[in-house]
Design a protein around this ligand. Structure first.
Ligand SMILES: *Cc1c(COP(=O)(O)O)cnc(C)c1O
Length: 556
């Protein structure tokens, strides 16, 4: 039995990536939520996760021989992986009553502590056909569909927690603005003399979006139509600003603790939202989940107990370099076996392998490595060889993102007699695990300051894979040149449009520093690998991050 009444913290997220076979996430936000929940369970912090079921997932990505992405529906079996709960609640949407059920995922930590994760589901017989599909697709359809989902998540989520018997909740953590309607439901229920203060006291808001255009918002008339009388006259002025329902604004307005997800992102958020007190807690990743088995075994041998206490990864500095190298070779073999088997990529273990994988959003500039194909070819020839492995999905409606995938595909053809390149389809948690541990260098080229934090480089660091990245997000904190990896371009975010300089620096460092070290000075190379783990793995993990939330936000 789960003691719902004793749980003090509820964590709301539009997406949660808790397991490779539960496809209810699209990218970094959901994987972060999954890592957070895993760490909370390991630390025995009683916390309940709330999200939507997404019976049809996000989508399965296929890429044809011309480099065109097309989408297939994901399918999975909630019945096999989750437990249906008997509870049911309803929300009003457009005047109709929409019934919600819930599914339970038992999130077991390493000490045996179990935290519940609740996935809300509108696919029940009592609902009208159009409402049954509301929890089918993550980020699907139009903005009306999205707002319906956010009503289910925020308002329905609070009602479900009550129905489950969560009477001891003191904090509601909104992982990004999608769940921010929960503040209005809490307001409606508040019996306090000052309901504003009461709600603010209970809410924690984490923003993830460093550019104004990225914030989730809806036209006022649409919101009024869907929400009906839920938004009272008293609240109208707070809820609608400039004719829009802005979810970030709701989160900010109704939370006492607000944070960005890296130090720089905290600063950017403070200038974007003057008048709010905004802190920062830098993201992390779940250490054990993201460390490949050969390295896990090595850490088990030298650092017993590291799984419960990833701070002790600091002592990786005492592990002999040849053992780190051997463990990495094992991880690399697993990745190469996959790409060679699945895509006939013909990659070999000796060749320096660069990895780039993340959502194919344009600001990530996935094709920057191919900015000057002639130069890249010359570097590969001169320095001993390069292989490149790519992965990443474009949102089905992101035409520009799809173009980026196509350009990479075309560039692959242009270099293929000299450089083997493979684009792995359908980037997901399982693929990410292989990639972040199996390549030799993790490349990241976001346009500053768009990368609020970024987490895949932290996963690579746990596996001793150095990071080569534009100085944005977490890398401003984790970067020590030549020690944990390398920077691309300067770190001042005041000047934009530095694309040419960044391209130049990327090639120069590959040619004169990174490749010569890999092929010519293996001792120095493995030392960089070791420092990536010791300095960055020991800090950029969700155990540390959750402890900061506990100290600063949950129990202050
Ligand atoms: C970690 C992860 C991401 C996020 O990577 P970023 O570098 O933060 O963009 C996206 N998708 C998957 C499947 C991941 O595991």
């Amino acid at each position: 039995m789960i003691p719902y009444a004793d749980i003090p913290v509820a964590y709301f997220s539009m997406e949660i990536g808790i397991s490779s076979d539960i496809p209810t996430y699209s990218g970094g936000l959901g994987v972060l939520a999954g890592d957070t929940l895993r760490s909370a369970a390991d630390l025995e912090l009683p916390l309940i996760g709330v999200s939507l079921l997404y019976r049809k997932g996000y989508f399965v990505q296929r890429i044809d021989e011309h480099g065109n992405q097309y989408e297939e529906e994901a399918s999975w079996d909630p019945e096999r992986l989750l437990e249906p709960l008997p509870n049911a609640v309803s929300v009003q949407i457009e005047g109709r009553d929409v019934r919600l059920k819930a599914w339970l995922y038992r999130n077991d930590g390493i000490t045996g502590h179990t935290n519940p994760i609740i996935f809300l589901d509108t696919d029940t017989e009592e609902n009208a056909e159009q409402d049954r599909g509301l929890t089918h697709h993550l980020y699907g359809h139009d903005e009306r569909y999205r707002l319906c989902q956010e009503i289910v998540l925020g308002i329905g989520g609070i009602r479900m927690l009550e129905s489950l018997g969560c009477t001891g909740l003191r904090k509601y953590h909104m992982n990004e603005g999608h769940s921010a309607l929960l503040t209005l439901e809490l307001f409606r229920r508040s019996k306090a003399e000052d309901p504003w203060e009461d709600v603010r006291e209970k809410c924690v808001f984490t923003t993830h979006t460093p550019v104004p255009a990225g914030h989730d918002q809806f036209p006022e008339d649409l919101a009024r139509r869907l929400l009906g009388s839920f938004v009272t006259d008293e609240l109208s002025g707070e809820v609608f600003l400039d004719g829009r329902l802005n979810m970030t604004n709701l989160g900010l307005r109704f939370s006492t603790y607000i944070n960005g997800v890296a130090k720089k992102h905290g600063e950017v958020s403070r200038s974007m939202f003057p008048g709010y007190h905004i802190e920062s807690i830098t993201n992390g990743v779940h250490s054990t989940f993201w460390t490949a088995e050969p390295l896990r075994k090595l850490f088990d041998r030298y650092l017993p107990g590291w799984e419960a206490d990833p701070f002790s990864l600091r002592y990786v500095l005492s592990i002999p370099t040849d053992e780190i190298w051997e463990a990495h070779q094992e991880a690399k073999k697993a990745l190469l076996a996959f790409v060679n088997g699945r895509y006939q990529a013909k990659m070999d273990l000796r060749t320096f392998t660069i990895g780039f994988a993340r959502r194919a959003a344009t600001y990530k500039r996935a094709d920057m490595l191919f900015a000057d194909i002639g130069r890249l070819r010359r570097i590969a020839e001169k320095c001993g060889g390069i292989q490149i492995i790519y992965a990443g999905k474009a949102h089905p409606k992101d035409w520009e993102g799809k173009q980026v995938i196509k350009r990479i595909h075309d560039s692959m053809q242009a270099v293929k007699d000299r450089i083997r390149v493979c684009y792995v389809e359908n980037y997901d948690i399982a693929g990410a695990k292989l990639l972040v541990s199996g390549v030799d260098l993790w490349l990241n080229t976001p346009m500053r300051p768009h990368e609020a934090s970024g987490t895949s480089g932290m996963k690579a660091a746990h596996n001793g894979v150095p990071h080569f990245s534009v100085l944005d997000g977490w890398w401003l904190e984790g970067h020590i040149e030549n020690v944990t990896g390398w920077s691309i371009g300067a770190g001042d975010t005041k000047r934009e449009g530095m694309h040419e300089n960044e391209v130049e620096e990327m090639y120069t460092k590959l040619e004169y520093i990174i490749l010569p070290r890999y092929y010519g000075d293996p001792g120095a190379w493995v030392n960089t690998m070791r420092h990536a783990i010791a300095i960055n793995g020991s800090f950029f993990n969700t155990h540390r991050m959750v402890q900061q939330y506990v100290l600063n936000a949950y129990f202050k």
